[in-house]
Design a protein around this ligand. Sequence first.
Ligand code: ADP
Ligand code: MG
Length: 631
Amino acid sequence: MNKFEQLGLNESLLKAILDLGFENPSEVQEKAIPLLLEKDTDMVALAQTGTGKTAAFGFPLIQKIDADNRNTQALVLSPTRELCLQITNELKNYSKYEKGINVVAVYGGASITEQAREIKRGAQIIVATPGRMQDMINRGLVNIKNIDYCVLDEADEMLNMGFYEDIVSILSDTPDEKSTWLFSATMPQEVARIAKQFMSEPVEITVGTKNSGSSTVSHEFYLVNARDRYEALKRLADANPDIFSVVFCRTKRDTQAIAEKLIEDGYSAAALHGDLSQAQRDGVMKSFRGRQIQMLVATDVAARGIDVDNVTHVVNYQLPDEIETYNHRSGRTGRAGKLGTSIVIVTKSELRKISSIERIIKQKFEEKTIPSGIEICEIQLLHLANKIKDTEVDHEIDNYLPAINNVLEDLSKEELIKKMVSVEFNRFIAYYKKNRDISAQSSGERRERGDSEPREFNNNGAVRYFVNIGSRDNFDWMSLKDYLKETLDLGRDDVFKVDVKEGFSFFNTDPEHTDKVMDILNNVQLEGRRINVEISKNDGGGRRDHNNRGGRRDSGRREGNFAPRREGSGGFRGDRNSSPRREGSGGGFRGERNSAPREGGFRRNEGGSDRAPRRSESFGDSPRPRRPRRD
Ligand code: ADP
Ligand code: MG
């Protein structure tokens, strides 16, 4: 008797399982299946991605459905079209030896009448995305008033995508006597609330640890059009001023080309690939370790085993041919217990690879939007302000102060601040002011709601805020949302589009909460630190009328006041990637990388020790924004 038999599964399922090649049940299957088969109970099952949850509910569901009855008996809700199709397909596989069971997938972006027709023919099981399901109910195309089972698959993800209301509404259309099975990787408050509201004494199953990803690496993808790949890379770098990253390309040629472009655009980058000599590679690695390089553009082979600590981001500029390779790439960050982010820049046609990778890494990706120019300006501006604040003063400068004071004495403190910031910042504003939004529209299914719609519609009327707390304060989007709701005494849907960065975050509310947000948040402290919240000019494209960050406006107006020399010498870039001290201490990478970009973005001189300090001044980073893309 094999292990699946012991769980109480019937002949036809066991046969199907044999075909599937499953030898032993996974932990969640072992725990859930007997319970679900035995009695009609509600269940909450928490298990990471890739632990076999589909079969954990799918096997018992198939066994319990009455195949002779053509009425709809079960509804499975799932967050995306892709998952919806995947589950449908799995359920069909499980039931292939069980005559008469029909499983129909219901999801947006396909003909609703065709789906309705399929249901009419008799579908015992409907697998649906919440949005489309709600649509069908509204149009009276489906009847779920007599179902026996309702499965909420990936409940956290569904709620994360803003399906709360749809779910509530759909559930209230189902009978009270049904059994509800909720599957989720994590248990945020919203999920707990659904469970509390719609389930009665659910059995709880937990596999692995609650609420924690197994690793310190979080995975994000950004959907762009193929032609915007490079621009997206630059923006991601700009949106993460302290980025220290390995950027993966597929071929040596791309690796070389991207590194060169980055260098040309003013980033501290270098290429690492097999066409470099050993000495050149050593030199690159030495500079990378020494942090003179912020973006190491590498091939998979060349980057194998790179063991540099504190890499903040792995960027998959292109996905690897073999998706298994992804694991090796993302393992370059999140080392030694540090947090890291693995980013994938992806085009629509590659989207399905994301799901395959999710299965391999047993973790979910978060879909993110390429930051808008305004968002980047905000990030950079704050970064600059913090830099000014944290700068240690070398008292050599005291000798020059009388002369400097002479020039600046008529300026008020406010003016001085504005001007100082503008020195560094005008270029960013000028560059990003005219730049378009490059986020491609989502597949519309992977994120059926939320980000899939053009943000204009999404954010309509909402107010976006900028707040000076972030992942550094141990927040992620869920905990920050919770914190804001609690602190502001707002309802569950009142805070949305929470986007957590390292030192700060963005979030949205409807305008009626603005006074509350500004009053309360600006007067609370977090572990002794004052929270500062501002209305962000960046509303994700919907509203452009919040403009009370006068500083930026002013600095924008003053754009062009500076001599070109000024810009060329020691701009924003230089400071952000290495301290002046570093530059002084031997030219660093900046001199090198410009001297021979065609050598892998690295100087021809090998070894990296005989730097040319003379050169560094003339390479005072030209700010990237001065070189907008040609296309
Ligand atoms: P989850 O929903 O927990 O993310 P899935 O149900 O999608 O996970 O399963 C992940 C993968 O594992 C699928 O490819 C599935 O076919 C496979 N799988 C599930 N159960 C087993 C098992 N008992 N033995 C082997 N493979 C399994
Ligand atoms: Mg699943």
